[in-house]
Design a protein around this ligand. Structure first.
Ligand code: GDP
Ligand code: MG
Length: 370
């Protein structure tokens, strides 16, 4: 059985797989280690490539996940598929300098640490030739992280670290496993102070493939921070659902004003603006709130039909309320806030019902395949 398992999450990293295996073979020569690629059914054949490498090299294994996306969850599942006492996590795009792995492992053992981070923000570390926009984004994320979850490490956003299995086992059941930032998740989940070390390295530039950081990953990052901050008291999907609904309220208000100003009567204005907001909320909730069970193709249209039908009940109530609230002379904003909160509850019930019914049925990727 190997002493060290190197977990490498991949999505469309075909051309990086062989060079990474070779680099690890050179750096870890003399050690008993394995490399576990966790590939989310890449469209560029990364799974097949890793499998081909595994046929020639017994140190290499591949976990291929179908119908799911997510760096953090890929790392967690990779770790769970191994048994080594020491674990390393690194990206599959050669941006992490594998040559510091021996030093990271030495510190983990000799100093009896739980986790050692490959850091870009300590002596010997740097962001390398990272685009200035990405450096600013990373810095903003680092600040936000530090203000929300108080972690005393220089690079909580790093995706490069080694850890003891014992520490992973302690936190495994309470991880959020959302998005990209698995290190942050591990550190923030621990109920006791984590014994952490940091080793500097220079972030390398990508040679093959491209970054998968996008808007959804950004939202997932905020979701992770909230999840850690709220301690799981409020279901995070309910929180996002509320945000989507709040955006819907603003849209509804703006549309109503526009339509009434254009001379439409109250009833048609309410119907049109509510219909637009129903579709808007459905699309956003499908993409964000329930993205792990996202509906695609025919299922998307079926879902929209059911959702709209159920919301039509809310719409009727909305019309009735609007007329009565106007008669009672309630100000426009509070009228809308009240109506929309009633509709939101109605919509949430439909969404949850539908998403729950679809649990366990592969309805597509958790996130968009770029
Ligand atoms: N399994 C899996 N790996 C992913 C996913 N998204 C990104 N990765 C991998 O995670 C690592 C870091 O992603 P990357 O796009 O390079 O992020 P960046 O370095 O912050 O631009 C790379 O090895 C990616 O292939 C995903 O959804 N699933
Ligand atoms: Mg990268």
């Amino acid at each position: 059985m190997p002493d060290l398992s190197v977990i490498v999450p991949t999505y469309n990293e075909h051309d990086n797989i062989r060079p990474l295996v070779q680099a690890l073979e050179e750096t870890l020569a003399g050690m008993d280690f394995e490399i576990v690629f966790v590939d989310d059914d890449s469209t560029d054949g990364s799974s097949a490539e890793a499998r081909a490498v595994a046929q020639q090299n017994a140190r290499v294994r591949i976990v291929q996940r179908i119908g799911r996306r997510g760096l953090a969850s890929a790392v967690v599942e990779g770790i769970l598929a191994t048994s080594s006492p020491w674990l390393a996590v690194m990206d599959g795009d050669l941006q992490h300098d594998e040559r510091i792995l021996p030093e990271m492992l030495r510190r983990l053992r000799d100093e009896n640490l739980d986790l050692v981070i490959g850091s870009r923000h300590v002596d010997g570390g740097s962001m390398g030739h990272f685009a200035s926009g990405r450096i600013r984004l990373s810095e903003a994320g680092r600040r936000l992280t530090r203000s929300i979850v108080h972690l005393d490490v220089s690079d909580p956003m790093s995706g490069f670290f080694v850890l003891r299995r014992g520490f992973f086992d302690e936190v495994a059941h309470e991880l959020s496993s959302v998005g990209f930032k698995i290190l942050l998740d591990l550190l923030a989940t621990s109920r006791r102070p984590v014994r952490v070390g940091e080793v500097g390295y220079t972030f390398r530039t990508r040679c093959h493939g491209e970054s998968k950081l996008d808007m959804v990953v950004g939202l997932e990052f905020l979701q992770l921070l909230l999840d850690k901050r709220l301690g799981g008291y409020i279901p995070i999907s309910f929180f996002i659902f509320g945000l989507v609904g709040a955006t819907g309220i603003l849209l509804n208000l703006a549309l109503m004003r526009l339509l009434l100003a254009a001379g439409l009567l109250l009833r048609p204005a309410v119907v049109v603006s509510s219909a637009v907001v129903i579709v808007f909320n459905y699309i956003l909730n499908n993409r964000l709130t329930f993205r792990s069970r996202r509906l695609r193709g025919l299922a998307f249209w079926q879902g929209l039909a059911i959702f709209s039908l159920a919301c039509a009940l809310g719409l009727n109530a909305n019309l009735y309320l609007t007329e009565n609230l106007i008669r009672a002379d309630v100000p426009l904003l509070s009228r809308h806030a009240f109506q929309r909160s009633m509709e939101l509850l109605d919509q949430f019930a439909v969404c949850v019902g539908r998403a729950t019914r679809l649990r366990g049925r592969p309805v597509g990727h958790a996130r968009d395949v770029p």
